[in-house]
Design a protein around this ligand. Structure first.
Ligand code: MV4
Length: 504
């Protein structure tokens, strides 16, 4: 049984994993770069090991350094989180060679799903629907044109080593084929060191719906229902919810069954996700599999009351799945908002810096998975996501109301955040009605960027900064007001009280 886990990651996901370890009585080892000495995940861990300079290429991505840290601290397992080395089959193989348990799937399953053309072939053989297209490596422009004729315009040109939208080209007209072919090929060569491309029929206005699955080392696989992830900007998810507003019990059963078949086709073990494109007529197509725990996993945890990290660790301990498919019942509704240090009014530029004040929401149905604290400096070297705000409520309408409430409670100053933008999403009619697809953000960009919009104009943020500074200065004064125990009274609080009294 695993006694000590090294978390080969940083930030909120490292803490998320350590929280489950703590509950299971498993010791934790954090790794950190020189830019992350004061990061929340280092403070949370039982032990911590510096693995290199700020650049992730020289720290979080260096397999040798992470293995060395695991050995030095006596970790018997490594959890990779998401991103970084989480989908590196070379890392999985190295762990195995060193006698360290990798909390995740086999290298073989990762490789089978990593190459999109071979994944499509495997899915077709397993009876999982894929988008109509070609399994061929399109080598010449003539081959490409021939294939476009067979499939019919519009088509999507994709890199076999791609995923998440990189190296993708939409072709609507014949005249666009040549340009798309060569530019996609060179982009794929540069990004992935592999220029192999293939084409799929273009699905207009699809939903991105993914199914969580769990597989054990004994051949059992179950699905844990869906997450609606269509609120995306440039292939970055912003808001996710479960269940999907589009879903029906019949469609869920059908897609869930196909998700299980997809996972079984590669002998999948651990937590994974099958991504589907779903059109408005409920036709669905396998898109790709993510062979890791995902950022948005908490919404599944909230509607199912399942701790996915605990399940991952149990699977890594070779235990058979604790749950049967019939045990999986969604209750209520969960929504997640990604809280990012970015300037939504300036093309979503990252906004690193020192957090001056932080008040995280609390109360019924509220979950905050984050890693930052007051005084913490968000480093510029990594993803600007500070954490995730997750709500659960009995139904979708109440979950949206709750998300509005917790976004209102969330106060962060010193850096720019996307909180006001998220509040506007919660007020967008297409989101409120649940009738939205992957074009939601672009379709509603006018509304979402209208910063003077009444409901969410955020003067409070500026006022909070001013009030905090005045409070700080006044408390430095010798004649600051004192209470009966001779403790200084915060003038900010006093002011707040007077304001309340004036309202009575
Ligand atoms: C597509 C598609 C339409 N038709 N494939 C984007 C990310 C990558 N995983 C695949 N993507 C898409 N593939 C076909 N054949 C539309 C998208 C797509 C998309 C998918 C999911 C979520 C957001 C998206 C935004 C734009 C395009």
């Amino acid at each position: 049984m695993i006694k000590k886990i090294l978390i080969a990651n940083r930030g909120e996901i490292a803490i998320r994993v350590m929280r489950s370890c703590k509950e299971m009585g498993i010791k934790t080892v954090a790794v950190y770069s020189e830019a992350d000495r004061t990061s929340g995940h280092v403070l949370y861990a039982d032990e911590a090991c510096c693995i290199g300079p700020a650049s992730s290429k020289e720290s979080y991505l260096v397999i040798d350094n992470i293995i060395e840290a695991a050995k030095r601290f006596g970790a018997d397992a490594i959890h990779p989180g998401y991103g970084f080395l989480s989908e590196s089959s070379a890392f999985v193989r190295r762990c195995k060679a060193e006698g360290i348990i990798f909390v995740g799937p086999s290298a073989e399953a990762m490789i089978a799903m990593g190459d999109k053309i071979s994944a499509r072939e495997t899915m077709i053989a397993a009876g999982v629907p894929v988008v109509p297209g070609s399994q061929d490596n399109l080598k010449t422009i003539e081959q490409m044109k021939e294939m476009v004729k067979t499939i019919g315009l519009p088509v999507m040109l994709k890199a076999t080593a791609g995923g998440g939208g990189k190296g993708m080209r939409l072709i609507r007209q014949e005249s666009e084929i040549e340009d798309a072919f060569f530019s996609a090929k060179s982009e794929a060569a540069n990004s992935f060191g592999n220029d192999i491309v293939y084409i799929e029929k273009y699905i207009e206005s699809p939903h991105h719906i993914e199914f969580q699955i769990l597989g054990d080392n004994h051949g059992n696989v179950i699905h844990l229902c869906e997450r609606e992830c269509s609120v995306q900007r440039r292939h970055q998810k912003i808001v996710e919810e479960s269940p999907s507003p589009l879903m029906t019990p019949a469609l869920r059963a059908e897609m869930g069954e196909k998700a299980v078949m997809a996972a079984k086709a590669v002998n999948y073990s651990g937590a994974g996700t099958i991504e589907f494109l779903v059109d408005n007529d409920h036709n669905f197509y396998f898109l790709e599999m993510n062979t890791r725990l995902q950022v948005e996993h908490p919404i599944t945890e909230e509607v199912l009351s399942i701790d996915l990290v605990k399940e991952q660790i149990n699977i890594a301990n070779n235990l058979p799945l604790r749950l049967k498919q019939s045990d999986i019942v969604q209750i209520g509704h969960a929504i997640e908002c990604r809280i990012c240090a970015e300037d939504t009014e300036n093309n979503f530029m990252p906004s690193p810096g020192i957090i001056k004040q932080l008040t995280e929401p609390l109360g019924i149905g509220t979950r905050v998975d984050s890693y930052v604290y007051e005084g913490y400096e968000i480093p510029m070297h990594y993803d600007p996501m500070m954490g995730k705000l997750i709500v659960w409520a009995v139904n979708r309408e109440y979950a949206i109301e709750r998300m509005r409430r917790v976004l209102h409670e969330y106060k962060i100053t010193g850096i720019k955040s996307n909180i006001s933008y998220l509040r506007r999403i919660m007020d967008t009619p297409d989101f409120v009605s649940g009738k939205y697809d992957t074009h939601f953000i672009e379709k509603n960009s006018d509304f979402l960027l209208k910063t003077t919009y009444e409901g969410t104009k955020d003067e409070t943020e500026d006022i909070a900064i001013i009030a905090a500074y005045v409070d700080y200065i006044l408390n430095l004064e010798e004649n600051a007001p004192q209470d009966t125990d001779n403790r200084p009274i915060s003038r900010w609080r006093e002011f707040g009280k007077q304001k309340a009294m004036l309202r009575i």
